[in-house]
Structure formats: C-alpha cells, structure tokens
Design a protein around this ligand. Sequence first.
Ligand code: NAP
Length: 287
Amino acid sequence: MSETRDRLAIIGWPVGHSRSPLIHNHWLAAAGRAPNYVAHPIDPNDDFRAALEGMAAEGFIGANVTIPHKEAAFAAMDEVSVAAQSLGAVNTISFKQGRFMGANTDGDGFLLGLETAMDQAVSAAGWRDRPALVLGAGGAARAIIAALGRAGIGDIRLTNRTREKAEALTALADNVSVGDWGARQQLAEGCGLLVNTTSLGMTGQPPLDGVSAMLASLGDGALVADIVYAPLETDLLRAARAAGRHAVDGLGMLLNQAALSFEIWFGARPEIDATLRAALIADIEKG
Ligand code: NAP
C-alpha cells in the first residue's frame, strides 16, 4: 500500500481533534484502498492556494476543509459547485490536473441524514410540505438554510439569539423569514422540521430553553434534528422522543457530509455501517 500517493486530508487550524480521518480511513480500508487520510493543519497566515499546490505536489488528490479555512478555500478554487457558490464556502476539494474543484457537502449531508431517518419513520415524510424552523445563525446554519431552500421548503423560519446574524442569512434561500429568539414557540407552530444548529445543549454549553413548548407547537409527525453530536443524545432529542417526535441526531450530518465528499473523490457513495457508527460514538464518548 502506498503511503505517498492518493493521499487525502482534512485541512483546518487546529485540526487534530477532527473525526474525519477516522471516518474516511474506515471507508478507504473497506474499499481496499490505503488508509491515507490525514489531518493537515494550515496556518491561517499562510497563502492557502500555495499550500494546496504544495499538497498536490506531495500526492494529495483531495481534501476536506474545516474552520477557519472554508472561505479561503472558496477563494482559491478554479471551479465550484452550486452549493459552494451559494455559501461562498468550500468543504471538499478535488485536485484535478493542477486545477482545484470545490464543493460544499455540509447542507446536502444534513438533508441526506434526514432522508435516512425518514426511511425508518415513513410517517414523517410530509415534512417537506410544511414550514421548517432553524434555531441558530452560525456557520452550520448557513449550509442548512441553503440546502432547505434547494430542497424546495416554502417557509423557512429562522431565529437566533443575535437577530442581526439571522437577518444576514435571509438571502441564502427564498422564503426565509426571521423571528425573535424569544418567540420560538410561536415560530414552531405547524412546522414539519425543527433543527437546532446552535451550540446549546453541547457538552459544557448551557441547555436549550423552551424545548417542551416548541415540541408541543410542531405539526403532526414533525422531525426534530439536532446537529450537536457531543453528547449524541441531547436534551432536545431526548425530549423529542419522549413527546413521540421523530428525532435525528448530529451523526446524520457528520457522516453524510463525509459520505458525499467520498463520493466526489471516488464516484461511489460509501456505506455508513454499524461498525463505523459505533467507532465514532466511542470516539465522541472519549471526548
Ligand atoms: P457557530 O458558527 O459558532 O454558531 C454558534 C451558534 O450558536 C450561533 O447561532 C450562536 O448565536 C448560538 N449560540 C451560542 N451560544 C448561545 C447561547 N448561550 N444562547 C443562544 N444561542 C447561542 O457554530 P457552528 O459552526 O455553526 O456550530 C454550531 C454547533 O453545530 C456546534 O455544536 C457544532 O459542534 C455543531 N456542528 C455539527 C455538525 C455536524 O456535522 N453534526 C457540523 C457543524 C457544526 P449568536 O449568533 O447569538 O452568537
């Protein structure tokens, strides 16, 4: 097995904590390929394009990109996908004959996670025809709002503690409206999807308030998603299950955005199997 060719990486700063090597090396090994996916820090003060050219010369064929480089990666591309264009951010790069092709799989990864959950919860399939409520307006929310727009959701309701940050995201999709953070219960009225994209509920962060009232306001058969994955079972998801709602955990987005990157590089979507999910959960529980 070659250690110097067909290399892949997650680029960030810092990036040692990333779980992408665990995920992609599982799929590379399953496909009979060398598990050549590594964490590759790039200093934000470095020339990003020059750093990519250096990687291409070292045998890298592609990379994922995480904080703080997604916008710098976008600026360094020769070509970008529709999703990357709408966000001005790239999380997946393919190195092709000296050209850099950028994509962004974050939002579609989120949607794919929901669709997978829907297979197990057919009664929730009507969520696309009803309003969606997005809590939060950070980096992850941007990708999710744009993806909900591409999926044709006709009424995307957005609320964030800092209202101006939510207002700044309304151009990401048609039919995005912003409501006050204090009006979460009213905003949840009749929604087919509630998604928490804030860091509330994450280990070490305060809990999300007003959960029971929001859950009670949702429409019948609504999906409740939390993109926080540490802990995997957040208070929001626990309460959603207790209230008889369909709950989708944060591993859905994490694994599916990775699967879509892998598909871009190798042309086939890898399987999210029980072994991978268990390995990831063990890694998350390790902290
Ligand atoms: P970010 O850009 O820093 O945004 C953080 C969001 O949380 C903002 O909307 C912020 O509101 C809100 N927030 C933070 N503290 C709050 C508080 N005390 N009360 C109310 N709102 C609060 O972060 P991000 O990159 O979008 O990530 C958000 C979460 O998603 C993190 O937990 C991250 O681990 C997780 N995530 C998961 C995946 C996945 O694949 N599952 C992918 C990306 C991120 P303000 O604007 O008012 O500060």
